[in-house]
Structure formats: C-alpha cells, structure tokens
Design a protein around this ligand. Structure first.
Ligand code: MG
Length: 157
C-alpha cells in the first residue's frame, strides 16, 4: 500500500463561480488560475501522483503550458489515475479537506463526493470530503483565497 498527500491554494479573483471537485459552485468571486483553478482536484491530483511516486501536478501540467489554459482539472485527475493504474496501483480511498472562509461546502458536498468518486472509479463511500475554516486567521481567514488538502491511499492491483 502507498499513501500520498496533496495541497493547493488559489487566490480569489474576478468571477462569479468556482470549480470545486469538478462541480461548478456559484460564488461572488472566481479564482486566479491558469487552468480552471479547482483546488480540490489539484490537491487530489498531487495526492495520486505522490502516492505512486510520480512527481507533482506542476511537473506534468505546467501552468506555463498553453495547452492547460482554462483546462478542466478533471482531465488532470483522469490522466494521473491512468498513470497510477499503469504503475500497478488502484485507489482504496481519498480524504479531502477544503479550507476556506467561503463558500460553504455543505450544500455541494454530496455532488462533489459523487463527482470525485466517479473520476477515481471508486464507490462514493471511498471518498470523504471535509471543510474547515482558519477561524479568521491568515490569508484564508481574510477571504483572500481558498485551499485544499487531499490524502489518497493506493493498493497494488
Ligand atoms: Mg492549483
């Protein structure tokens, strides 16, 4: 078995929605990003790559590569999962944490879990999604951006 972790941050910017775990969530702001700026999927992608010893998201999907401008981050997860599978691993479970003052995760949690489970080809019960704030502290507490953490466990196929 192998474990991997991922962490991602994006600053809020102009916009009216965020992509969170592959789900569009209406919000008073968007995020500044080269791709769609989906912090949950970016952290998940890094956790997958990390568990399999395959590097990180920036190495494979550079934010200076025009191919990934405005990219749907679901394709990063799908590609990372293909590499993980090719290396002889499959996902046991994923545990993700959204760290933000806003938006609230609760109304979207079920849809996001389902979407992530679909991307990982695992049952919904194998994907857990948590949310926390930083109690008003730091850049996340000031509402300057949004962060996510992910942990993935793999087993040999
Ligand atoms: Mg990112």
């Amino acid at each position: 078995m192998r474990v991997g972790s991922g962490f991602d941050v994006h600053a809020f910017g102009p916009g009216e929605a965020l992509m969170l775990g592959g789900v569009r969530v209406a919000h008073a702001q968007g995020v500044i990003a080269h791709s769609d700026g989906d912090v949950l999927l970016h952290a998940l992608c890094d956790a997958l790559l990390g568990a399999a010893g395959l590097g990180d998201i920036g190495e494979h999907f550079s934010d200076s590569d025009p191919r990934w401008r405005g990219a749907d981050s679901a394709q990063f997860v799908t590609q990372a999962l293909q590499w993980v599978s090719a290396a002889g691993w499959h996902v046991i479970n994923a545990d993700l944490t959204l760290i933000a003052s806003a938006p609230r995760l609760a109304p979207h949690r079920a849809r996001i879990r389902e979407r992530i489970a679909g991307l990982l080809a695992v049952p919904v019960a194998a994907v857990n999604l948590k949310a926390t704030t930083t109690e008003g502290l730091g850049f996340l507490g000031r509402g300057e951006g949004i962060a996510a953490q992910a942990i993935v466990l793999l087993d040999g196929s």
